[in-house]
Ligand binder design. Structure first.
Ligand SMILES: [Zn+2]
Length: 436
């Protein structure tokens, strides 16, 4: 027996994937049929991802942009399922007894204003400002209006971290977590948490679309994903962008009045952002095994059992360092993670649960993860992989807990470059804004 829930809600399917019976049922339920490739002014476009097909595609008569989601040939037909869903009315939606700070409350007020006016809105909040709590009242209002909400991030880890938090505060609402690595099949839920890539499969599905970490890879500068965001929102609805380091294009839209803005310079606990301490190394980090200056720092950390995140610009640099670390500190417990690591999520969990003292990571953990009481070290902070944005995000991993707001952040480098200078300046600037 087919579970219809796995198909409904503005989903896009290739007709080839559907049985005749299912097609008939979906059409009865409001689905529409359309050609997979359409033409405007002689140019051909893919209906699923809205990307242009090359003029002389020759034997490639399919869309190469969204091929990861299954091949779409020019002769194919797409089914777009109905998205007029009536969700059940509940007695109570939000079950949360936390308190918002005055700053957060101001942000919530601005968000709800934008919601009522169906206006797109950017929340520009420093790392640890409590963005997630700020979207609770917005989600609640949308639920009361029986609307559908998607919360998306370019990063899987961010989605995974968000899921249990929302389940906890909206216990009666159906919530789904969908991403490429998840075993959970798509099914219709009132709240959907997913990676931005998943949006390519939707059309006019969501009343409220919340995009977290809008400046982060792979969303930054990716035309297909930005179009997917536009396409998956209902014609009357709103998109909310959340970022600690918003991209220039978005700030330009704010200037033009196309997007409204909330700014939060203060962390939820009211303490300033930890300002990075900068250390010039005269030799490589692996000089004499581990650079003596760095080793001195590590000795102190290891003996004081301080929890530590160490960021590296690349996997090879990290792996080499991991070997050295093992050699010099044989009793130290640590894990290392990267984008290629299949056990990444488990390892992060181990660190979270204090099963290991240290986590070595590439920029994959620069954002979206929250640990209590953790010192942060960036090695080779002058490497090209660490942009200004990236360094600000990394520094933002520290001091997130009310009790341990002053966790240390250290940048180690051989050249004090522009990125390091700009990141440090921006953090200082943000802290000064609070004092004003
Ligand atoms: Zn496509």
């Amino acid at each position: 027996m087919t579970n219809l829930n796995e198909y409904l809600g503005g989903r896009i399917f290739n007709a080839k994937e559907l049985t005749p019976d299912l097609k008939k049922t979906l059409l009865d339920q409001g689905a529409t049929q359309t050609t997979a490739i359409y033409q405007i002014k002689g140019e051909r476009y893919c209906r699923r991802c809205l990307m242009k097909l090359p003029q002389n595609s020759g034997k490639y008569n399919y869309c190469r942009h969204c091929i990861n989601l299954g091949k779409i040939n020019s002769s194919d037909t797409l089914f777009i399922t109905g998205s007029d869903i009536v969700f059940p009315i509940q007695e109570k939606y939000l079950d949360w007894d936390g308190e918002l700070t005055d700053n957060q409350q101001r942000g919530v007020h601005e968000l709800l204003n934008a919601f009522n006016r169906h206006c797109d809105h950017l929340v520009w909040a420093v790392t640890g400002a409590g963005k997630t709590e700020m979207i609770f009242p917005l989600i609640e209002q949308a639920l009361i209006k029986q609307q559908r909400i998607a919360i998306c991030s370019p990063r899987v880890d961010v989605c995974i971290e968000l899921f249990p938090r929302l389940q906890k505060v909206f216990p009666k609402t159906t919530i789904g977590l969908f991403h490429g690595k998840s075993l959970e099949r798509y099914h219709l839920t009132q709240i959907a948490i997913m990676t931005v890539h998943q949006l390519i499969r939707f059309e006019k599905s969501f009343d409220v679309l919340i995009i977290d970490e809008v400046d982060s890879y792979p969303l930054a500068g990716n035309q297909m994903l930005h179009q997917a965001i536009k396409k998956s929102k209902k014609s009357i609805g709103m998109t909310v962008y959340l970022s600690a380091t918003p991209p220039r294009e978005l700030l330009q839209k704010v200037q033009k009045g196309q997007v409204t803005l909330s700014k939060l310079y203060q962390r939820f606990h009211g303490h300033p952002l930890p300002e990075p301490r900068c250390h010039l190394l005269f030799k490589e980090i692996n000089f004499l095994g581990i650079n003596p200056r760095l080793r001195l720092k590590l000795n102190r950390i290891v003996s004081s059992h301080q929890r530590l995140m160490i960021f590296f610009p690349s996997i090879p640099v990290m792996e080499k360092f991991a070997q050295k670390l093992k050699k010099y500190y044989p009793t130290l417990s640590f894990v290392s993670v990267s984008s290629l690591d299949k056990k990444r999520l488990e390892k992060v969990q181990q660190f979270r649960q204090h099963q290991v003292q240290v986590i070595l990571t590439t920029t994959i953990l620069e954002r979206g993860v929250t640990f209590k009481r953790v010192m942060v070290l960036v090695l080779n902070a002058d490497a090209k992989e660490f942009s200004k944005t990236s360094l600000i995000q990394i520094a933002g991993r520290a001091g997130r807990d009310k009790k341990y707001f002053d966790d240390e952040v250290h940048f180690y480098y051989r050249y004090y470059n522009r990125q390091i200078q700009q990141a440090c300046r921006e953090i200082t600037y943000l802290n000064q804004q609070v004092k004003k």
